[in-house]
Design a protein around this ligand. Structure first.
Ligand SMILES: [Zn+2]
Length: 299
């Protein structure tokens, strides 16, 4: 009897065979096969078994827990400055200066001495999505400095950006000595486009993950597995918009395994979690680093 798994000509999409090798797995075969109705039952059973294999694969990754960073090179300093809310300036050892979500002029959490936009000399400006508290002053800083804005390709068109690098989830961009990976976030945007986070990888093998606005999501399993972020700038402000501090803390215990956790997107407005809320949620987690807006820290 035909099932929704069949197409109109009786072809069945076979799930890929997955071979387990310790914590690794690989797909060895994927194809479309045709058959008659007598083999439907076997095919459905095969698909169920394959689906169970896929589920087992994800469960295995989760059960294995966060993987430690494999890097073993001497650290090369990474300088991180929180500018309040989700805005950061990140400077690599090689001098690549990346501004992320530069909401500055109207950001209540940005200290006065960091309000003057002429002090920013970014190599590129990364925007996780086009809400005002993230796009912020990106266009003006880009015009003043010539730095390209990195943002979802759809929003390059929507915002009519002339100096931009359009990207999307899974994409990779190199700026100076930093490689930027675009990873999923669970959040909305205005009109076209999507929200995402960025993983920056550095020459010493370490990586920094800016989660963007998000809730905990299963894609973080693969962000951890692929990029093993050492420093996580995690959304933790809660309120009606994003994950709360408790969820962020749970995420760091169960999926991600950084050596440094820098919370953000809290305390900007009364509707968001306070610093005390964040500290309470992370309890005695020594990896938590509460940043003071405007004060650089080197890791
Ligand atoms: Zn936001």
């Amino acid at each position: 009897m035909p099932t929704p798994l069949h197409n109109l000509k009786g072809a069945v999409l076979k799930a890929p065979n997955i071979v387990f090798e310790g914590n690794n797995h690989k797909v060895i075969d994927s194809r479309i096969s045709h058959h008659n109705s007598s083999s439907s039952k076997e095919s459905i059973m095969y698909r169920v078994a394959s689906l169970m294999s896929l589920v087992l694969c994800i469960v295995t990754l989760l059960a294995a827990g966060p993987r430690p960073s494999p890097h073993c090179k001497p650290h090369q300093p990474i300088t991180v400055t929180w500018l309040g809310h989700a805005a950061f300036e990140v400077i690599s050892y090689g001098g690549t200066n990346l501004l992320i979500d530069p909401f500055i002029t109207y950001n209540p959490a940005t200290p006065d001495q960091r309000k003057d936009l002429t002090q920013y000399k970014p190599s590129a400006i990364l925007v996780t999505h086009n809400h005002g508290d993230h796009l912020g002053d990106a266009l003006e800083i880009s015009k003043k400095t010539g730095a390209p804005i990195i943002i979802t390709y759809d929003q390059v068109e929507e915002l009519k950006l002339e100096n931009a690098i359009g990207c999307n989830i899974g994409g990779t961009i190199t700026i100076g000595d930093v490689t930027i990976h675009v990873v999923p976030a669970t959040h909305g945007t205005t009109k076209d486009g999507i929200s995402f986070g960025y993983v920056l990888t550095f020459k010493d093998g370490r990586s920094l993950y800016h989660t963007g606005d998000t809730w905990i999501n299963a894609d973080m399993v693969f962000t951890q597995s692929l990029y093993h972020p050492d420093i996580v700038l995690t959304c933790a402000g809660g309120g009606p918009f994003t994950q709360d501090p408790e969820t962020a803390a749970y995420e760091m215990r169960t999926i991600l395994n950084p050596s440094v956790i820098i919370p953000m997107h809290y305390g900007t407005w009364p509707v968001l979690a306070t610093e005390n809320d964040v500290v309470e949620a992370f309890k005695n987690d020594r990896r938590l680093k509460i940043m003071i807006p405007g004060e650089p820290k080197t890791f």
